[in-house]
Structure formats: structure tokens, C-alpha cells
Design a protein around this ligand. Structure first.
Ligand code: UD1
Ligand code: MG
Length: 398
């Protein structure tokens, strides 16, 4: 299937020039900015190296601002090429740029000012408004089979009072014996906003060991790109939307690889909330405008597990220390689960997937821990792809 435009320059730019340019700008920018950030007081101490020589090294923080800039520069150049594309991608690209820029700004201010939780939830919602505003895809969802009786009675498919109530709220129920649809209308907009709050925060809280924030984003990007390639090759109706997704993701992936090189163990820089938030919104952008926002979540299984595990601490049912990252044991050179303590002297391990992994498989070196968690990300994405392509779980849900 041909890309959205037959212009050769456009295609060469999307597939080769834009990813290369993003990588080069990010590489030069990271090396050029490291000293500057430390000089301006934007640095952190590597908590995972306590008790070693590296403990005292000032590690530049918020390098995600550089990858963000390289991504935005390349996407801005892309807008010029998109001005004549069919179908028109320019408004969608511009709204995506607005959201990405807003999240970059939010993340950078968070690195400098350390926002509270309210801001971390409200600001991503605001940043998603331009996305929702130009969304031109379906707002219908497939009703899971076991819920059908709630919406219509079989066999003559008469709507239930619940469906009548939904229709007075602006939603429409389309009964079906095998597949039933509910056009949820404006609720879909709310879902898209929630998605972008989730994707940005879930990366930020699955963090704390060298290479994990960028590493997981690299794996997720590769999985989405594979999904895009598969759908384009299969000639699906939304092939143009998958091209759009690849256009946004390819330069994001290469600039992230440039960052990963410096953030890998032993980290020479930290990515900051700037990177985590902007990565999250990039995924929300491609999921929403690529029309695969539900499939997208199948690539976030470890992040969903980490979020669910974290809920008691996020909701303050259990104390939540400022840092929940694992504890470095300088005698063994390995990472161990970190603990929270209760006022009465009790306590437990901090509720994160990283700590649970260490509890399950025992203490291990930081680099190995990152590699294992990234392997888990790949394995879980493979499960996600099986659910998506092989229809695992079909019958129960659809
Ligand atoms: C989130 C997590 C927090 C975790 C932190 C680590 C929640 C609710 N918050 O907080 O538990 O400790 O991320 O990123 O789950 N750091 C390292 N090694 C690394 C990465 C970071 O030591 O590989 C330390 C550095 O001191 C760095 C700091 O973490 O300066 C950055 O933390 P920040 O991103 O500000 O923490 P939060 O996102 O607020
Ligand atoms: Mg963070």
C-alpha cells in the first residue's frame, strides 16, 4: 500500500532523513548540554550507587529536554512536507506538536519546580485537549460479549433501560448477536484524556534504575512500529493513520536511542520527568491518531502491573516515600528491594514491579536488573500481540 503521498522526497524524508536527523541532533545536544545543566544546578545523585565513588558525581538531569527538542525540530520540518499530503495530515500533526510541546514544558518545569500530584494529573489533561479536538476516528467500542444482556435482551435485541439511559446521555447502542457496538460519543474524548494522563505518568513511576525509563520507551516504540508495519502490509482501511504513527515515532525512537546510550548503566545523565512525560504523550498521540488506542495498551502490560501495584502507595493508604527505587547494597554490589516504614516501627517493601521482581528472583546487579525488566517488556508485548493478532481471549470478550 502506498504511503500517504507519492512524493519521493516525502517518503525518503519520513523513512531515512527524519530519524537520522533526530539521532544526530540528540547526540550533539546531549553532549553539548550536559555541563551546562550541571552548571545551572540541574543534576541529581545516582541513588543506586550509594557507598561507591560514583555517589558523589553530579549526574546531569532532565536530558529529555534535548531529545524533546530534536523530536520537535524534526516534526516541524515534517509539517512543511505534509502541507500537500492526502489525506490531510497537517492539522493532526500540528495538534500533536502542540500536545508534545506542552508536555515537554510541563516535564521540564516538573524537573525544575517539582510539581505536586494535582498538577501531574491536571496538566496532561489540558495537553490532551488539542488531540481530542482534532480526533476524526470512530468513537464506538465493542461491547464485551458477557455484558450484552445488560444492553439488550436476546433474541429480538430489544434495548434495556440502561441503553435508553445511555442514549439520553448522547450515546447510541447498536445491538448485535455476535458483535454489539456502543457509540460512546463524548465519553471517548474523556477516555483519550485519561489515556494520555496514564501513559505519561506510568512511565515516570516505572523508573529509578539506569536505562529503564528510556529502555521501556524504546521497546514500546519498536512494538508500535511493528504493529504499524503489520497493519500497512495487511492493507487495512486505516493504513494512512499507521503511516502517521510511524512518521511521529521513527524520530522519537532514534532520539531516544541517542539518550539511552548515555543513560545506560553506569548512567552519565538522567532523562528527567521531561522525557517520561513527553514519551507518554507521544505514545498517546500515535495511539489516538493512529486509531489503535486500545491495542496501544497491550504494549503497556508491565506499566499497568506497576501502576496497579503502586495504587496503595499512590493513594496514601500505605506511606509513599519520595523515592521508591531499589536499595544498593555496597557489600554485595547488588540491588535489593527498598522499604517504607510505618510510624509504629513496622513497614514493608515499596510496592513497585522492580521491587517485586527483586523479591521474587533475589538481589541482582543494576545492569542485569534493567536488562531483565526490558526482556519482560518484550515478552509481555509478545503476549499483547498474541491477544491482538491471534485473538487470545476471544469468545470471552468478543
Ligand atoms: C519517580 C518515582 C520514585 C522513584 C523516582 C526515580 C513514584 C511515585 N515515584 O518519582 O519512587 O524513586 O521516579 O526515578 O513511583 N535516579 C537514580 N537512578 C536512576 C534514575 C533516577 O538514582 O536511574 C534518582 C536520581 O537521584 C534522580 C532522581 O531519581 O535525580 C529523579 O527522580 P524524579 O524523576 O524526580 O522522581 P519522580 O519522577 O518524582
Ligand atoms: Mg521521574
Amino acid at each position: 500500500l502506498p504511503p500517504p503521498t507519492t512524493s519521493l522526497i516525502y517518503n525518503i524524508f519520513i523513512l531515512y532523513i527524519s530519524p537520522t536527523l533526530a539521532y544526530l541532533i540528540a547526540t550533539l545536544g546531549i553532549d553539548g548540554m550536559r555541563e551546562k545543566l550541571v552548571g545551572r544546578g540541574l543534576y541529581g545523585m545516582d541513588i543506586g550507587k550509594r557507598g561507591t565513588e560514583r555517589e558523589k558525581v553530579k549526574v546531569p538531569e532532565a536530558l529529555g529536554v534535548v531529545t524533546g527538542i530534536s523530536h520537535v525540530v524534526v516534526l516541524s520540518l515534517t509539517t512543511y512536507l505534509c502541507r500537500t499530503s492526502t489525506p490531510p495530515t497537517l492539522p493532526i500533526l500540528l495538534s500533536s506538536l502542540t500536545s508534545i510541546l506542552f508536555m515537554l514544558f510541563l516535564g521540564f518545569t516538573d524537573d525544575v519546580l517539582e510539581w505536586g500530584w494535582t498538577a501531574k494529573l491536571v496538566l496532561p489533561t489540558v495537553s490532551s485537549i488539542p488531540l481530542v479536538a482534532v480526533y476524526d476516528g470512530s468513537t464506538s467500542i465493542v461491547a464485551p460479549r458477557f455484558l450484552h444482556p445488560l444492553f439488550w435482551s436476546s433474541p429480538n435485541q430489544v434495548l434495556t433501560p440502561l441503553s435508553e439511559a445511555l442514549s439520553s446521555l448522547g450515546m447510541t447502542v447498536y445491538p448485535g448477536s455476535r458483535i454489539g457496538l456502543i457509540d460512546v460519543g463524548w465519553v471517548y474524548g474523556v477516555y483519550m484524556s485519561l489515556l494520555s494522563i496514564f501513559t505519561s505518568n506510568c512511565i515516570n513511576i516505572y523508573a529509578g534504575i539506569n536505562g529503564l525509563e528510556v529502555g521501556q520507551s524504546v521497546v514500546i516504540s519498536c512494538c508500535i512500529l511493528l504493529h504499524n508495519a503489520h497493519e500497512i502490509a495487511a492493507g487495512v482501511e486505516s493504513a494512512a493513520q499507521h503511516w502517521f504513527s510511524a512518521m511521529v515515532l521513527l524520530p522519537f525512537l532514534t532520539s531516544s536511542l541517542a539518550l539511552l546510550k548515555r543513560n545506560w548503566y553506569p548512567a552519565e545523565c538522567f532523562v528527567g520527568d521531561t522525557y517520561c512525560y513527553s514519551a507518554g504523550v507521544v505514545f498517546a498521540v500515535v495511539g489516538i491518531h493512529g486509531h489503535f488506542s486500545k491495542t496501544l495498551l497491550l504494549f503497556f502490560i508491565p506499566q499497568i502491573m506497576n501502576f496497579l501495584l503502586s495504587l496503595p502507595q499512590l493513594l496514601k493508604v500505605v506511606p509513599c516515600p519520595r523515592h521508591r527505587l531499589p536499595r544498593y547494597n555496597k557489600d554485595t554490589g547488588k540491588m535489593e528491594p527498598s522499604m517504607y516504614s510505618l510510624p509504629n516501627g513496622g513497614g514493608g517493601i515499596n510496592l513497585t514491579l522492580i521491587n517485586v521482581w527483586l523479591k521474587l528472583w533475589g538481589p541482582r546487579k543494576e545492569e542485569r536488573l534493567t536488562l531483565e525488566l526490558l526482556a519482560l517488556q518484550v515478552a509481555m508485548s509478545a503476549v499483547g500481540m498474541c491477544i491482538r493478532y491471534k485473538g487470545l481471549g476471544r469468545g470471552l470478550i468478543f
